[in-house]
Design a protein around this ligand. Structure first.
Ligand code: C2E
Ligand code: CA
Ligand code: CA
Length: 933
């Protein structure tokens, strides 16, 4: 491992060094660049500056030289004048030219010749008489001096055009004896030698006139051709630097001749010297720069390189190994900003390592789960799938890359729609069920829940979800749903499904203008069959009858079991009432043949009552109750016949029904409705834990009337409030007595019908009553029929929640007959379910047992307690106990009884909450008078 890391880090170093933009390389390149640039610029600036300064100095120098020369020239001219006066004095002193000696001018010539011989001069001497005429001329310029020439000699300078010589004219007045005062003119030429003597070293003097050089201090005159008079300033001739000045000889006649001075300016320092020194200086500066700055920047760079190597190493391996740590330590060595960055990096790496460990732990935990956890992109392709998913979806073994490939083709559309809705932001969560790609015959069902996943730069890039195999519970639920909608005995639709279909038919008929008939069928004297042959035969007969009836119906008609020996037929899409009459007759005809069952033959008849939509009623409830009344009427007519509600009303019939209705309201007013009580016992100990209050009505003429008859009537007539209140208050009254007698834990269960539940201030009124009787709401169980509880209305759930919040225990009555899936119940604030009597009846059949077990299983999963009603024998109680039912109720433990009998019952149990509770066999059945239901 160590070696591997070392190798990797070496490769990293190489990579960093080889990088085109590596800091080191950049640093060196920049240094080189700065060095070269400064070197070039420095040299150029030095040379230019130096040249400028040298020129300035040269020009200054030339000015000085020219001033000096001017002075020197003046001095020389003075000397010349002195010489001329000395000459004149000698001539006058020798009196050579006094008098009229004819040889006087010969003598004079000889004198001059001697003079010139001594000083080797090329001077010319002229003697003028007083009148200005020429008396004597000698020297090079011994031409015939015309009067004009003589005039020209009156100036200081005289230029001989012929000989190209410039003379200085020095004039002395001289005594000529008889001829009076004349003038002696000494013409001294300005020659090369003159200029040589004048010129200091480095200086060339040139006398110039009319494009001709008259004299020069340096002999050679080649350069002079390029000379410009009237110019002062620097001249560059090849590598020579020269300063030129003009010195004026004759101010009165500046054009006559020019004396040009040229001084060669010697450069004090050579360029090579300058460049070498400059470079040396630069080298030293660079060296010190490098030592002070470069090495520091170099070490910074190196630390940055370490940092970069460390991060890269970490990025590759995602572990904090020794190499990474060492590199980071090197980068950390100073307390500067790089150290801070390195420290932050180290913290970040530690966090990443920690996070990774956590992440790995999560992933490992995920892998333990039964549920599959997946992450997919917009097209359903897997980004991640936990091993739970691999276990679920066997298709993964065939290399499925997309979620949709694993799903049943019929479900993929729905799933992808849901997932895309999350991507589009339309939904935050998607939940549902889908099937897996079928492998065998049976479908595997999955429950999924997806939420938004990773958010990238361009929006959501994935969704994440949990997928669970729900095949078992799905199938169970499907069966329960079927059970919920169908009668367990005959397999016919039950009340719930019928009411649903009925409502649908009505709305369709409303649109099409057709009629719908509802027929209520009740088997005549069925109780006798039960009593004589037992329930089993009774059940067999009901099944046979159901089959026979079905034969006479059209395919669009429905036959359903209402309960017991009651059936309902629904005939939709009728044009007139006549067709109903025909169907009714056809049904009655089925009774013409005896039904064979286990060697016995049964001649069964039934009574039928019909109500028609829209003629007799415009809603399901009324239609059912009218057909019920018509059926009663058929019974009254001697049974085995069919009656129509419309005929009854037209004939003023159905008196019995109307009689009961009329009696009911007065019975309620006269407080003739009693509350009877039936014990609820603990399934394990059989000790009484509570009582259910049941309404009882004994009419003087009709005898005992079943609550199944008068409770719906009271609801329809708007009397339920008063009735319910009477039962409720009576229950509280008795409950208070029992509590005072020591049964303080006794639960009081009361039935709440649909209308009651919707009464205004229902909860508040009940709570007020409870306070009055000093009974806590926790002692009250409110039994609500399943179909009411699951009504999908906001009000129902609000009311139920309100009741639960007030402390009441809510129990779902007749559970299994309603159209509820358990998941629906899960969201409701209920505490108990009462398994319907029809299930308890079938507990000894394998299918029935299985269903009861399934219901108990699921209710336990939701944390609900279960009660089984209609327990009529010890065996049933035993079996239900084994299945895990918590509480039992039924004739085996006690029939509904008046409060006074309940007193005795309770007394016999002594205290229900002591261990010596009575065994079931001791129950005082004989004390109970059975109401004629
Ligand atoms: P329920 O709430 O399901 O009540 C249980 C019914 O089963 C009662 O019928 C009871 O007498 C009967 N029962 C109890 N144990 C056995 C048994 O072992 N075998 C048999 N075969 N039957 C048993 P009941 O009293 O005729 O009540 C019928 C329905 O009338 C009740 O059904 C309930 O929904 C309604 N009801 C009764 N009293 C009231 C009331 O005060 N208010 C309201 N709203 N409804 C009531
Ligand atoms: Ca009940
Ligand atoms: Ca019930």
């Amino acid at each position: 491992m160590g070696r591997k890391v070392a190798l990797t880090s070496m490769t990293l170093t190489d990579q960093t060094d080889a990088k085109e933009h590596s800091l080191k390389r950049q640093l060196i390149l920049r240094f080189l660049w700065v060095f070269s640039f400064t070197a070039l610029l420095g040299i150029a600036a030095t040379v230019a500056g130096y040249r400028y300064m040298a020129n300035q100095a040269g020009s200054q120098n030339a000015d000085n030289t020219s001033a000096h020369l001017t002075n020197h020239l003046k001095q020389m001219l003075h000397e010349w004048e002195d010489e001329a006066s000395r000459l004149k004095a000698q001539i006058e002193f020798s009196r050579m030219v006094h008098g009229n000696d004819p040889k006087r001018f010969l003598k004079l010539r000889a004198f001059f010749t001697v003079q010139k011989g001594e000083v080797k001069s090329n001077d010319s001497n002229i003697l003028l008489r007083r009148d200005g005429s020429l008396a004597f001329a000698d020297g090079d310029e011994n031409f015939e001096l015309s009067a004009e020439h003589i005039h020209m000699l009156s100036a200081d300078w005289y230029l001989s055009e012929r000989r190209h010589v410039l003379y200085r004219v020095m004039r002395e007045s001289i005594w000529l004896g008889d001829d009076g005062n004349g003038a002696l003119l000494l013409l001294r030429p300005v020659e090369n030698t003159t200029l040589i003597s004048l010129a200091p070293p480095n200086v060339e003097l040139t006398l110039w006139s009319n494009n001709q050089i008259l004299a020069s201090s340096h002999g050679s005159v080649g350069l002079m051709e390029q000379l410009q008079p009237h110019f002062s300033g620097p001249i560059h001739l090849g590598d020579k630097s020269i300063e030129q000045r003009e010195i004026l000889l004759d101010r009165s006649n500046p054009a006559m001749a020019h004396l040009i001075m040229r001084e060669t300016i010697n450069a004090p320092l050579s360029h090579a010297y300058l460049i070498i020194n400059g470079l040396l200086l630069l080298g030293l500066t660079t060296l010190s720069l490098w030592l002070v700055l470069g090495r520091w920047v170099g070490s910074l760079t190196q630390r940055i390189v370490y940092l970069s190597q460390a991060t890269r190493l970490f990025g590759n391996m995602h572990v904090m190994d020794t190499a990474t740590r060492q590199l980071l330590d090197k980068a950390l060595s100073h307390g500067d900003e790089i150290s801070e960055v390195s420290a932050s990096c180290r913290n970040m790496m530690a966090n990443v390592v920690e996070y990774q460990a956590e992440h790995t732990a999560y992933v490992q935990t995920l892998d333990l789960l039964e549920e599959g956890v997946v992450e997919v992109d917009r097209s359903g392709n897997f980004i991640h799938a936990s091993s739970g998913w691999h276990k679920l979806a066997t298709c993964m073994e065939n290399g499925c890359s997309s979620l949709y490939q694993c799903i049943h083709p019929e479900d993929t559309d729905a799933l992808s729609k849901q997932i895309l809705a999350i991507f589009s932001g339309e939904k935050s969560q998607a939940k549902g069920r889908v099937r897996l790609q079928p492998v065998g015959e049976d479908d595997s069902w999955l429950e999924f829940s997806f939420v938004a996943g990773t958010l990238g730069a361009e929006g959501l890039s994935s969704v994440r979800g949990v997928v669970r195999d729900i095949t078992q519970s799905y199938q169970l639920e499907k069966r329960i749903t079927h059970m919920a909608l169908h009668d367990a005995l005959t397999g016919l639709p039950n009340r719930v499904l019928l009411e649903d279909r009925c409502a649908l038919s009505l709305s369709m008929a409303h649109r099409s203008g057709q009629k719908v008939a509802v027929g209520f069928i009740d088997v005549d004297h069925f109780k006798n069959v039960n009593d004589a042959f037992g329930h089993k035969t009774g059940d067999g007969l009901l099944i046979a009858l159901a089959n026979a009836l079905k034969q006479s119906l059209r395919s669009e008609d429905s036959l359903s079991r209402w309960g017991g020996d009651e059936f309902i037929i629904l005939l939709p899409g009728l044009s007139d009432i006549e067709s109903v009459r025909q169907i009714a007759q056809k049904l009655l005809d089925t009774c013409a043949h005896a039904i064979r069952l286990d060697e016995n033959e049964f001649n069964i008849t039934f009574s039928m009552g019909f109500a028609i939509y829209p003629d007799d009623a415009d809603n399901v409830d009324t239609l059912l109750s009218q057909s019920d009344r018509a059926m009663f009427h058929a019974k009254e007519q001697g049974r085995n016949n069919a009656q129509f509600f419309c005929d009854m009303t037209s004939k003023g019939l159905g008196k019995q029904d109307i009689y009961i209705q009329n009696r009911l309201s007065s019975a309620i007013k006269n407080r003739q409705i009693q509350a009877w009580f039936q014990p609820l016992v603990d399934a394990k100990t059989h000790r009484i834990i509570g009582v259910e209050a049941l309404a009882r009505w004994h009419d003087e003429e009709s005898g005992w009337i079943s609550p199944a008859t008068f409770i719906p009537m009271a609801e329809n007539l708007g009397l339920i409030r008063e009735l319910g209140e009477q039962v409720w208050l009576e229950t509280l009254r008795q409950g208070k007595r029992w509590r005072e007698a020591g049964f303080s834990e006794l639960k009081l269960a009361v039935n709440i019908s649909r209308r009651q539940l919707f009464l205004p201030a229902f909860t508040e009124t009940m709570l007020e009553n409870l306070r009055e009787f000093e009974i806590p709401s926790s002692s009250i169980i409110l039994e609500i029929t399943e179909s009411v509880a699951v009504t999908d209305s906001e009000f129902t759930s609000k009311r139920l929640k309100e009741l639960a919040d007030a402390g009441f225990t809510l129990a779902i009555d007749d559970f299994g007959t309603g159209y509820s899936s358990l998941s629906q119940l899960h969201n409701m604030p209920i505490g108990k379910i009462k398994i319907d009597i029809s299930f308890v009846r079938r507990v000894h059949e394998p299918q029935g047992a299985e269903l009861i077990q399934a219901i108990i299983h699921m209710s336990e999963a939701f944390g609900l307690l279960s009660v089984a009603e209609g327990v009529e024998d010890e065996n049933t109680a035993q079996v239900l106990r084994e299945y895990g039912v918590h509480f039992l109720q039924g004739y085996f433990f006690g029939k509904p009884m008046p409060a006074s009998e309940m007193d005795v019952y309770l007394a016999k149990t002594k205290s229900p909450f002591q261990d010596n509770a009575m065994t079931p066999t001791e129950h005082p059945y004989d004390l109970i008078s059975k109401p004629a239901i």
